[in-house]
Design a protein. Structure first.
Length: 313
């Protein structure tokens, strides 16, 4: 993300705003960059729950202090413990009042989404997820809602009549939903993309698309290929895209012995993600010592963290 202040924009915001920035106050754009909580969510926290109430300039522009930033980070700590945003405010001043029961909102929301999926109710599903996306950062939403929902669905679909219908409905919706978000984010960004490839035979891999959305939400351009590329063409795709890195996602068994050939000609970092890392743990771990810049992650949250640590997003 470009950290250079937008001076052309600041010229239109008035002397009061520029003076406040000189005094150390932060605009909402910078707070979003530092905390990972986007501006829409910060506004929703302020408007609906009074969680973080910034100062305002005479023209109404929001300004945040270092204390505001710390309060946001504390809120994220509670959210990552599974506390619903509606239950956070009392805990900010009296954390000893924490009770596991406050996490019940997540279970209720998962049940609402499950009901929409069962009815093939796209509008209801979309509305519920949109509301959640306005209130929670992407990583929290994945960890507390979407990944548990996928786990619940996989259990539900085992041997159940109608399972393929529900799976096709939900996976298609998920790809369309997050694919559209990724597309619009990409239109605003001009840096080298991260290339994500579905390296298994399961179409519309939901974890792949959630991972792509997490990466895109960090202002990193993303290019998703929803099926594997043959040897030689992967390197060609990397060359054409000038990709900053490659993420191969697979929830199925693969052929680790083919990796050196598949990755021939690729000089950017490569990350293998998904259940395949558990399936072929010994072989893939050995490959990381033989192939430069090859890394492993068992799930999309670990992959996201690995990309952050390596400066790829």
């Amino acid at each position: 993300m470009n950290n250079t202040p937008d001076t052309s924009a600041q010229e239109d915001l008035g002397a009061d705003f520029k003076k406040a920035l000189d005094e150390g106050w932060l605009p909402i754009r910078e707070v979003a960059r530092q905390t990972g909580v986007n501006a829409i969510t910060l506004r929703a926290w302020e408007r609906r729950y009074g969680l973080v109430v910034p100062q305002r300039t005479p023209k109404g522009h929001r300004l945040y202090s270092a204390e505001h930033v710390q309060r946001i980070l504390t809120i994220l700590t509670w959210l990552n413990r599974g506390v619903a945003v509606s239950q956070v405010k009392p805990l900010l001043d009296t954390p000893q009042a924490f009770n596991e029961a406050v996490a019940n909102d997540w279970q209720m929301l998962r049940q609402t989404l499950l009901a929409s999926i069962t009815r093939l109710d796209e509008r209801g599903l979309d509305d519920s997820v949109n509301q959640a996306m306005a209130l929670y950062p992407p990583r929290t939403l994945c960890e507390q809602l979407l990944l548990p929902l996928l786990s619940d669905l996989e259990q539900r679909w085992r041997g159940q009549f109608g399972a393929q219908m529900e799976r096709a409905f939900f996976f298609s919706w998920l790809r369309s939903k997050f694919g559209a978000r990724i597309y619009h984010n990409n239109r605003q960004l001009h840096a080298a993309p991260l290339l994500l490839i579905n390296h298994s035979d399961l179409p519309l891999e939901p974890h792949l698309w959630l991972c792509a959305w997490l990466i895109s939400s960090a202002d990193c351009p993303v290019q998703v290929f929803d099926w594997p590329l043959p040897t030689g063409e992967l390197a060609l795709a990397v060359e054409h895209l000038q990709a900053r890195g490659v993420l191969l996602y697979s929830s199925r068994a693969m052929q680790p012995g083919q990796l050196p050939k598949l990755l021939t000609g690729i000089t950017c970092p490569t990350l293998i993600v998904g259940s395949t890392v558990c399936i072929h743990h010994a072989e893939l771990s050995a490959s990381t010592t033989e192939i430069a810049d090859l890394y492993l992650a068992e799930d999309l949250l670990s992959a996201h963290q690995a990309l952050v640590q390596r400066g790829l997003i």
